[in-house]
Design a protein around this ligand. Structure first.
Ligand SMILES: NC(=O)c1ccc[n+]([C@@H]2O[C@H](COP(=O)([O-])OP(=O)(O)OC[C@H]3O[C@@H](n4cnc5c(N)ncnc54)[C@H](O)[C@@H]3O)[C@@H](O)[C@H]2O)c1
Length: 252
């Protein structure tokens, strides 16, 4: 698939780790230029060293709209436009509702919902100008069906789906497609972090694996493959979907 994104200018958030990083690698392999947004400056610098020509790093906090506006407009102005956006930055929270503080609730919503909104809003004028384009937001299987002790996380991911569907209706008028990918468990630092809170992480992983029809969790590259399909021309008639990529768990 080398060259299938040749000349395309794509913004990826959460670019320094996990699913976002797998998307960046696949896009660079396909000759895109990628504006990489993340708040982990060290990881971003390591990523940028990998391809100075194709990776443009921006150290930003996606919850701060002024930082996003500045980064998105700089990328668009330097590269002459934007053709696509992948919102992958996100955080998890494992907590019962009774033990969820106001600050934890607000932080989950700020990162998982406000962040993608900031990026979509900043990028839309440029997507319009380039005659269309596509947005893929990374939601979660937890936004399709509830997950125990993840009320805040599940609510933020379900809201992201409805935001994306609403934006798909708006975007259709000017040729912008908007979709969500809803992964199940994926082997990334975010997933490993929650696994490590278990008394016996290896036993917990076995339990998680057993929940999936395919009896295993995903690798980030398997999610990136679905994201790139939705982002690319082959999905030209697909908009407003929330596509489960979850090894057979939610059966949506
Ligand atoms: N890993 C899973 O099991 C899983 C399952 C379903 C959905 N998801 C979703 O996939 C997305 C990516 O998750 P991942 O597993 O790759 O996680 P990850 O922790 O490996 O990567 C997330 C990246 O987002 C960045 N980030 C977090 N908050 C940020 C902020 N405020 N501003 C800028 N950057 C920020 C982090 O620095 C990190 O580089 C998330 O939205 C997550 O909710 C993950």
């Amino acid at each position: 698939m080398k060259g299938s994104f040749a000349g395309k200018r794509i913004i990826v958030t959460g670019a320094a780790s996990g699913i976002g990083l797998a998307c960046v690698r696949s896009l660079v392999d396909r000759d895109a230029v990628v504006g990489c947004l993340d708040h982990d400056g060290g990881a971003l610098r390591a990523l940028a060293a990998w391809s100075e020509e194709r990776i443009v790093p921006f150290e930003v906090d996606i919850t701060v709209s002024a930082e996003i506006d500045a980064a998105v407009s700089r990328f668009a102005n330097d590269r002459g436009g934007i053709d696509g956006v992948i919102n992958s930055a996100g955080i998890d929270l494992l907590a019962q509702v009774e033990e969820t503080s106001d600050a934890e609730w607000r932080r989950i919503m700020a990162v998982n919902l406000d962040g993608p909104m900031h990026v979509c809003r900043a990028a839309l004028p440029y997507l319009r100008r380039s005659g269309g384009g596509a947005i893929v937001n990374i939601s979660s299987g937890a936004g399709l069906q509830p997950l125990l002790h993840r009320a805040a996380y599940s609510a933020s991911k379900a809201a992201l789906q409805m935001f994306s569907k609403s934006l798909a209706m708006e975007g259709a008028a000017f040729g912008v497609r908007v979709n969500c990918v809803c992964p199940g468990a994926v082997d990334t630092p975010l997933f490993r972090g929650s696994l490590d809170t278990a008394d016996d992480p290896a036993a917990e992983l076995e339990k998680v694996n057993a929940r999936y029809a395919l009896k295993r969790i995903a690798q980030p590259e398997e999610i990136a493959a679905a994201v790139l399909w939705l982002l690319g021309e082959e999905a030209s008639y697909v908009t407003g979907t929330a596509m489960a990529v979850d090894g057979g768990r939610t059966f949506h």
